[in-house]
Design a binder for this molecule. Sequence first.
Ligand code: NAP
Length: 247
Amino acid sequence: MIDLSSKKAIVTGSGRGIGREIALKLARAGADVAISDIDLETAKATAAEIEALGRKSVAVSADVSKAADVEKMFADVLAAFGCIDILVNNAGITKDGLLLRMKEEDWDAVLNVNLKSAFLCCKAAAKPMMSARSGKIINIASVVGLMGNAGQANYSASKAGMIGLTKTLAREFASRSINVNAIAPGFIRTAMTDKLSDEAKQKLAGSIPMQKLGEAEDVANAVLFLSSSLSDYVTGQVLTVDGGLVM
Ligand code: NAP
């Protein structure tokens, strides 16, 4: 069994969806988990669930695309926990549209929330992790960052960028025993994919070798592995969790 007792984690965008499931999974393995979300109410609700498991939690409201919010968020979490062992960059948005109709503001919003946020959070977490000479950073990318997707130029570019960031930081931090890996989920059942019509979901499922969408817990299981000592010799990798969609 994976034991994360005494570990301190922070998961961005963990008020709901995949982030919430990741936070609960880490807490069930023994970690104390800081819940960060742009929506303080959902963050507080997840934090209460973590505390009900007997772990420590702190709920922080932050727009992770903003440097000042990220700076304050890490200061608050370090004040509460004293250190950060695990960072999961999960917050993400979509603003889909074909390139010729995509507005500049939709490009900027998606790149800022999905990619700039990971740059800001990695930078803030790297300082305490470097002093401790250990740490685990897990970036939640997407299969569309590997294969592209019509109608998602901004989203695919942000997730491909996250993969480049992951590999670069893995090289920069390897000598300090800080592992940096990415997870590329396929199509997972959450509010993000609920926006699709039933017909679109059926078509999607038909294109997946396992013939079904994934669950948030499938992604959380991969995060648990990459947060634990079982993955100590794994860095700079992209683990697809997609029912075989990309292989
Ligand atoms: P979700 O249900 O929409 O949850 C995203 C979370 O991020 C929400 O709690 C949201 O807060 C929060 N958030 C949005 N903008 C933020 C910001 N600027 N600062 C801080 N938090 C912010 O999405 P999900 O499906 O769980 O996706 C989680 C991650 O997995 C994303 O990075 C997504 O790209 C990736 N992913 C998802 C799928 C999928 O099929 N679902 C596939 C591949 C990758 P609010 O509730 O206030 O909006």
